[in-house]
Design a protein around this ligand. Structure first.
Ligand SMILES: Nc1ncnc2c1ncn2[C@@H]1O[C@H](COP(=O)(O)OP(=O)(O)OP(=O)(O)O)[C@@H](O)[C@H]1O
Length: 276
């Protein structure tokens, strides 16, 4: 099937197989982690992907980032096939992956070396992005001197500093405490609204998906497929509204959970019987 020319990201017939190995590392076969994924994501859209553990969410994100090749199918971004990583796609993982021996400023500046900027220019851009993520005055701190939330802000600044048009986020706030997570969710929304980036955000959190995104893609258990995509009627609500307390939020939470429930049970059964 051809890609949509209107979409920023177009995915067609995507499949990913992994080999299975015995304890001695010998190949015993293959299993399909993801199958028949078709997805169109508009320019500037914020989409979250939810699904049971092990359904292939991270694998999907890796392939969107060009970090892993599909077994079958294709991904196009801006009409071009994805064949590898690109600075136009920023990736933020759950683990911050900062260099412990570099300051916050240098962690962000380091990522800009590929741009051919002078050191002073890199520092200027890095300072600007640290400020955007709310870390003014923390640029000389080392990762061990920063809280988990601050480290994730540095990781976000590092991804944003390249000004990628697509931001791929793999459970970036999962390791944070609830209050820090909510603060960062609000900041991410603010940054997204200002920047117009296309965001694909993987999460286990139904509330997080409803709070953040315009569309929520619910995946099946293994092999992961797109089960349903929900248009979020609460997207775009004024930041001052406490949408988490609204009846519509509760209704959506129920809708997503109803779609997920069978998949979660199926995934748990698969894990118990280890059918790979
Ligand atoms: N490099 C790999 N080699 C073999 N199997 C892999 C590899 N990467 C992932 N898998 C398997 O593929 C399946 C999907 O993994 P993936 O991490 O994408 O799922 P997920 O939905 O992100 O899981 P979680 O929600 O628990 O983070 C899992 O069964 C996982 O064990």
């Amino acid at each position: 099937m051809a890609p949509s020319h209107l979409a920023k990201i177009s995915v067609r017939g995507l499949r990913k197989d992994f080999v299975t190995r015995d304890k001695k590392g010998r190949v015993t076969g293959t299993f399909t982690a993801l199958d028949s994924i078709d997805l169109d994501i508009d320019d500037g859209q914020f989409i979250t992907v939810v699904g049971p553990s092990g359904c292939g969410k991270s694998t999907l994100l890796d392939m969107l980032g060009g970090l892993a090749p599909p077994t079958a199918g294709e991904i196009w971004i801006d009409g071009d096939p994805v064949n590898g990583a690109s600075l136009d796609r920023g990736v933020v993982f759950q683990q911050y992956a900062l260099f412990p021996w570099l300051s916050a400023l240098d962690n962000v500046a380091f990522a800009l070396e590929a741009k051919g900027l002078s050191k002073a220019e890199r520092h200027e851009v890095a300072r600007e992005y640290l400020s955007i993520v709310g870390l003014d005055g923390f640029d000389q701190r080392y990762p061990h001197q920063l809280s988990g939330g601050m480290k994730q802000r540095v990781a976000l600044a590092r991804s944003l500093a390249h000004d990628p048009s697509v931001l791929l986020m793999d459970e970036p706030f999962a390791a944070l405490d609830a209050q820090t997570r909510e603060m960062l969710q609000a900041e991410l929304l603010r940054i997204w609204e200002k920047s117009g980036k296309t965001v694909v955000f993987i999460t286990h959190g139904i509330d997080e998906a409803i709070y953040l995104s315009q569309k929520i893609a619910v995946m099946t258990s293994r092999p992961g497929r797109i089960k349903h995509i929900i248009d979020n009627p609460l997207a775009g609500a004024p930041a001052s509204d406490d949408i988490r307390a609204s009846p519509e939020f509760g209704r959506l939470r129920h809708e997503v959970w109803t779609l997920l429930r069978d998949e979660v049970s199926h995934a748990a059964a698969l894990e118990r019987t280890a059918v790979y």
